[in-house]
Design a protein around this ligand. Structure first.
Ligand SMILES: Nc1ncnc2c1ncn2[C@@H]1O[C@H](COP(=O)(O)OP(=O)(O)O)[C@@H](O)[C@H]1O
Ligand SMILES: [Mg+2]
Length: 449
């Protein structure tokens, strides 16, 4: 999943950066072009203004000079002189503005010359009027020279104004184009952004969906595995129960064989010895001692057989009941091991197989005490507790770490299995140095029935 999404994400990021760069580029170019165009427009507008003022001042100068010529009133010279001063200034300004375009510069030069000529013509007329040379200034006034100069000035100024207007229009078109470009660029990038966002959302949703599906598959696999483990555990538990059952049956069978066959043989032998003893007793005293020894050996054999049978299949359990059998077990253990055993055994109601379970539990616990605990005292108790039977075997031995039991040992594990198969629970409490407690809780037979 990741290997697919990573390049896609990288491409998306790259596209976003590219779009942003394009947008910034378009904006910057538009801004620069618009600024230049606005500068051009401002310059053209200044040119037009200056040209208009120049024309106005030339006209003012002409009006002033005409007034003076016709009336001889020196007041008319005032506006005339002022206009002449302004004209020179305007011409200088125009020259500064028109240095870039060669054509316009040439027209401007012509305009300048014509203005100078017009000024010279007016100056001449005024001077002649001042000197009282009537004929001369009237002659100048009558000729068409002044009008020709004026027409040329008007024509050239109009040409320059038109050129400025044309430049202004070009610049305006330029500004409009830049604005349009920015508009299109922004719209396109906004659309691309929206598209990218939509794609991102779609991809995120797809990723989430895929994640959920994977999670679901994993959950299913986990469920399947758990089910399999449960099934296997149940099968193993059944197998263990079956093996314990078979073992008990086998032991019962062996006990019966020993009792019936070996018992019969030993009893027959004992009877024969008794008969021999009564017949030979008086005549051969040298055999009497040997026969006595044989009788004792046979008795030991019979006792051994009984012990083995008892160990294989406690007959006391069916003959005397659980309490008595446990008493016997405890007494024999105490005699054998020299460890003090205290019992507190209440009569309890348990079915035959649960009784055997309790018997085996106490038997295995005592074996462990004898083997490992190095204890001085063992307490065995069987009690009724709210419809259940509680069995406790406590020793004051060296204890052990319950979490650190070798997996190759089966005594405690077998006990636990046996108790749980009978519907009960087994607890093993121990710590190094604190002794050991094996506690089992089993349901009463009334409960299981
Ligand atoms: N009463 C006890 N005191 C001290 N250690 C014990 C006692 N009972 C069991 N253990 C420890 O627990 C281990 C497991 O016991 P068990 O399952 O009966 O296996 P096994 O008797 O075959 O060794 C023993 O090896 C022993 O170290
Ligand atoms: Mg053991």
């Amino acid at each position: 999943m990741r290997s697919f999404s990573m390049p896609k994400m990288a491409i998306s990021l790259l596209l976003a950066i590219l779009a942003a760069c394009i947008l910034i580029g378009i904006n910057e170019t538009g801004y620069n072009r618009s600024s230049a165009a606005l500068d051009d427009i401002a310059e053209a507008s200044r040119t037009r203004g200056t040209l208009n003022r120049l024309l106005q001042h030339v006209l003012d100068a002409e009006t002033g000079s005409r007034g003076y010529l016709l009336t001889g009133d020196p007041r008319y010279l005032e506006p005339y002189n002022a206009a002449v001063g302004e004209i020179t200034q305007n011409l200088d300004n125009l020259r500064l503005l028109h240095t870039s375009n060669a054509d316009e510069f040439a027209t401007l030069s012509q305009l300048g010359r014509n203005v100078q000529r017009k000024l010279a013509e007016m100056d001449l007329s005024v001077r002649m009027r001042k000197q009282g040379n009537e004929e001369a200034w009237k002659f100048v006034l009558m000729t068409d020279v002044g009008k020709e100069h004026m027409d040329a000035i008007r024509e050239q100024a109009t040409k320059l104004i038109d050129a400025s207007t044309a430049r202004m229009e070009v610049s305006q078109v330029q500004v409009r184009r830049s604005l349009l470009l920015s508009r299109i660029g922004i719209a396109a990038v906004a659309m691309a952004g929206l598209l990218a966002f939509y794609l991102y959302l779609r991809q995120t949703t797809a990723l989430k969906l895929a994640g959920e599906q994977q999670q679901q598959i994993l959950q299913q696999e986990r469920d399947l595995l758990e089910r399999q483990v449960r099934e296997r555990t149940a099968t193993l538990a059944e197998l263990a129960t079956h093996l314990q059952q078979v073992r008990e049956e086998e032991r019962g069978h062996l006990a019966r064989e020993l009792h019936d066959e070996l018992g019969a043989l030993l009893t027959a032998a004992k009877l024969d010895v008794a008969r021999l003893k009564s017949k030979l007793g008086a005549q051969a005293p040298e055999f009497a001692q040997r026969l006595q020894h044989l009788t004792e050996t046979l008795n030991s054999g019979i006792a051994l057989k009984r012990r083995i049978i008892e160990d294989l299949r406690p007959s006391s359990l069916s003959n005397l009941g659980l309490t008595a059998s446990l008493e016997i077990l405890a007494r024999e253990f105490a005699e054998r091991s020299g460890i003090e055993v205290a019992t507190n055994l209440e009569p309890v109601e348990l079915d035959e197989s649960s009784q055997l379970t309790v018997y085996r539990l106490v038997q295995e616990s005592l074996t462990n005490v004898g083997k490992y605990a190095q204890a001085e005292q063992v307490d065995i108790s069987v009690r009724n507790s709210s419809g259940q039977v509680e069995v406790d075997i406590k020793d004051n031995g060296k204890g052990f770490d319950v979490n650190d039991v070798r997996s190759s040992t089966h005594g405690l594990a077998g006990m636990k299995h046996r108790v749980e198969a009978a519907g009960g629970r087994l607890v093993v409490q121990s710590q190094p140095g604190t002794g050991t407690r094996i506690g089992a809780t089993l349901p009463c037979s009334a409960q299981t029935a």
